[in-house]
Design a protein around this ligand. Structure first.
Ligand SMILES: Nc1ncnc2c1ncn2[C@@H]1O[C@H](COP(=O)(O)OP(=O)(O)O)[C@@H](O)[C@H]1O
Ligand SMILES: [Mg+2]
Length: 308
């Protein structure tokens, strides 16, 4: 069998550069050398090289998170070069990167989302409006980021101004959401035309963490992750169906992972990741493992779906 010439794209210039590089090490290690010849490209420096070598490549594996990688820009570049890649295309990637657009589409699909408000810089000096609309606590986040970068849980009016400043330092679009108390879960989806919902993972950040922030996400042992999540069967099925519905609503392809909070009988959607974390212990790979795909098999499947 002829080996697949695979471009592994990692690094990039978003705040999640380090997360990307770490993931790429694991992916490169797990890819079967009998099936793939792996060539590494860092979009921060190697785009011209990638374009020059495009004709020799069969597929790309994009392991970039956040802006300039997960948001459709790199996907468009690869489309122009006729290199197939795993996961969503330009439109789906761009929509899912934008938490405001995503929530509008979730809501259109009948899915529940936390109440939200798109802030303007004027709100920094006049926090009363936000307070009146959403109450406390509330969550402030850049609309187009990942890994909880720039996020604040505001518990006082002063926190609101501080949180807005922090988020506006990262993105021109800042979202303020009602805080949903409950159990945090995430649901992976895999497939092209025919989609499969993976077993859910429950995330319990350690006591030292207020929420699933950057450190709670990446510091080994900082959070407890339970897969399959120990939820009632009815909630499990509903949450898996929400992950499928979210994937479809955002026009996604190949795979995705949707973050949700279960609060009483309600399930709220937070966001969908189009290039979820990719180490053997990351959340989507945990779900895949529970469904019988170990890490190398998951990578094979994603590349197979890319080449379909
Ligand atoms: N509305 C909310 N209520 C409660 N917790 C939230 C809310 N929004 C976000 N969080 C917490 O912040 C984390 C990151 O938020 P999320 O919207 O998933 O953005 P990111 O793209 O950074 O992962 C979540 O995993 C959750 O722990
Ligand atoms: Mg998230």
């Amino acid at each position: 069998m002829k080996k697949i010439q695979l471009a592994l794209l990692a690094g990039g210039k978003s705040g999640e550069r380090e997360v990307s590089l770490k993931g790429a090490e694991e992916v490169a290690k797990a890819l079967d050398p009998r099936k793939y010849v792996v060539k590494r490209y860092d979009p921060a420096t190697d785009l011209a090289k990638l374009a020059t070598e495009a004709d020799s490549l069969d597929a790309a594996f994009i392991l970039l998170h956040g802006p300039f990688g997960e948001d459709g820009t790199v996907q468009g570049f690869l489309d122009l070069l006729s290199i197939p890649y795993q996961g969503s295309g330009v439109l789906g990637s761009a929509i899912a990167m934008d938490k405001n657009l995503s929530k509008i589409l979730y809501r259109n699909a009948g899915l529940k989302v936390p109440q939200w408000y798109m802030a303007s810089k004027e709100d920094i000096d006049n926090t009363g409006n936000i307070l009146g609309q959403l109450g406390l606590p509330l969550v402030i986040k850049p609309a187009r980021q990942g890994s909880s970068l720039g996020m604040t849980i505001a518990r006082s009016e002063d926190d609101i101004a501080e949180g807005l400043k922090k988020a506006f330092g990262i993105d021109r679009q800042v979202m303020v959401e009602e805080f949903i108390a409950g159990r945090e879960i995430t649901g992976g989806v895999i497939g092209n035309e025919e989609l499969t919902a993976l077993p859910l993972v429950e995330i319990i950040p350690g006591d030292a963490y207020e929420f699933f922030d950057y450190e709670a996400k990446y510091q080994p042992g900082a959070s407890k992750e339970i897969c399959p999540a120990d939820l009632e069967a009815a909630i499990t099925i509903r949450a898996q169906n929400y992950a499928l519905a979210a994937h479809r609503a955002l026009q996604l392809w190949g795979y995705s992972r949707t973050d949700m909070i279960v609060s009483g009988d309600d399930i709220y959607l937070l966001e969908t990741n189009t290039i979820p974390g990719m180490t053997p212990t990351s959340l989507l790979p945990q779900g895949a493992a529970a469904a019988g795909f170990d890490f190398p098999a998951l990578l094979d499947r994603l590349i197979e779906l890319a080449l379909e």
